[in-house]
Ligand binder design. Structure first.
Ligand code: NAD
Length: 288
């Protein structure tokens, strides 16, 4: 029996996440050969040069029909066109997964393209990232002690999910399973909303010329709260478009909460102010 979990993996999209997964699999010898594909020749060249992948896919169709696992690591908006490209060449037993930040739009696209979904199709999302992008930022330890959410569908073969879960565990991740809709709701609350708040706060302050200067007086709290506003704008645009309704629901919930706090401050309602701050502190202290 081979020492490897899988013989050959094709990673499409050699950016931060695709590159990090490739590097992590390679360093831990989970896969015999890692083939990379990216629409940017520069990322492919760099991926090879940095030893993130073993080989660049020159003929995508031939590669698709000769691998055990295909990982889609392109921006959310590009998922559908890549799925369309690979669909005709997919073998029956090849696992197909993705790393996209939203899941509903991908599954809808896959249903449109495939009709009946293949039992080897397992959407996924590693809850790990950085404000950097590109293969240069790839980090073999990015997924260590981080969660990966898999959202298998009713059509998915549980053995396929298990095989993919083992691969993520081998690179240090803790694997959870969730329904597609639940994933998009949870992530809208815990990831999408905070990013939008950070973007919106920094934009509101930076809009006024004279405010550029006040950043000099900002301390750790501002730095911590706004770190994620340095994330990739196009990626966050795609996430808002793909997860529109869940994101809107979270913005509305948050707006209601902020309005309640505003009114407590306005009317000098100390009980409400202290109630909000105390509950939030207790919840935050509980979360390590
Ligand atoms: P990235 O910009 O670093 O990499 C994306 C890569 O995909 C680029 O190299 C780009 O050239 C390539 N690409 C774009 N369109 C393509 C196409 N049609 N065919 C082939 N290659 C194409 O982005 P990233 O941060 O690695 O994000 C990749 C995916 O991972 C996204 O779906 C994102 O939602 C998800 N994700 C990102 C993070 C994060 O923090 N960055 C975390 C979890 C999940």
């Amino acid at each position: 029996k081979s020492q490897y979990q899988l013989d050959r993996v094709l990673i499409i999209g050699l950016g931060l996440i695709g590159g990090s997964f490739a590097k992590a699999l390679k360093i831990r010898s989970c896969v015999r050969e890692i083939v990379g594909a990216d629409r940017s020749e520069e990322e492919c060249r760099l991926g090879l040069e940095l030893g993130v992948i073993d080989r660049v896919a020159t003929d995508l169709e031939a590669e698709v029909s000769a691998v055990d696992l295909i990982v889609l690591a392109v921006p959310v908006k590009a998922m559908e066109s890549v799925l369309e490209q690979i669909r005709p060449w997919l073998r029956l037993r090849t696992l197909v997964t993705d790393v996209g930040s939203t899941k509903g739009s991908l599954v809808a696209a896959a249903r449109r393209l495939f009709g009946q979904l293949p039992p080897t199709f397992i959407p996924g999302h590693p809850i790990a990232g950085a404000e950097k992008s590109g293969v240069r930022a790839a980090d073999a330890d990015l997924f260590e002690r981080h969660k990966v959410i898999l959202t298998p569908l009713p059509e998915t073969d549980p053995n396929a999910t298990l095989e993919l879960a083992r691969l993520w565990q081998a690179v240090g991740a803790e694997v959870l399973q969730m329904e597609v809709e639940r994933h998009d709701e949870v992530l809208a609350a815990t990831s999408h909303l905070p990013h939008l708040l950070a973007f919106s706060l920094v934009d509101t302050l930076a809009r006024e010329e004279e405010n550029l200067d006040i950043f000099r007086y900002a301390a750790g709290g501002f730095r911590d709260f706004t770190r994620i506003a340095a994330s990739d704008p196009t990626m966050w645009h795609d996430i808002c478009v793909a997860n529109r309704s869940a994101v809107l629901a979270q913005i509305d919930r948050y707006t209601t909460g902020l309005t309640r706090l505003r009114s407590a401050i306005d009317t000098g309602d100390s009980q409400t102010m202290l109630g909000i701050f105390t509950r939030a502190k207790a919840a935050r202290d509980h979360f390590t």
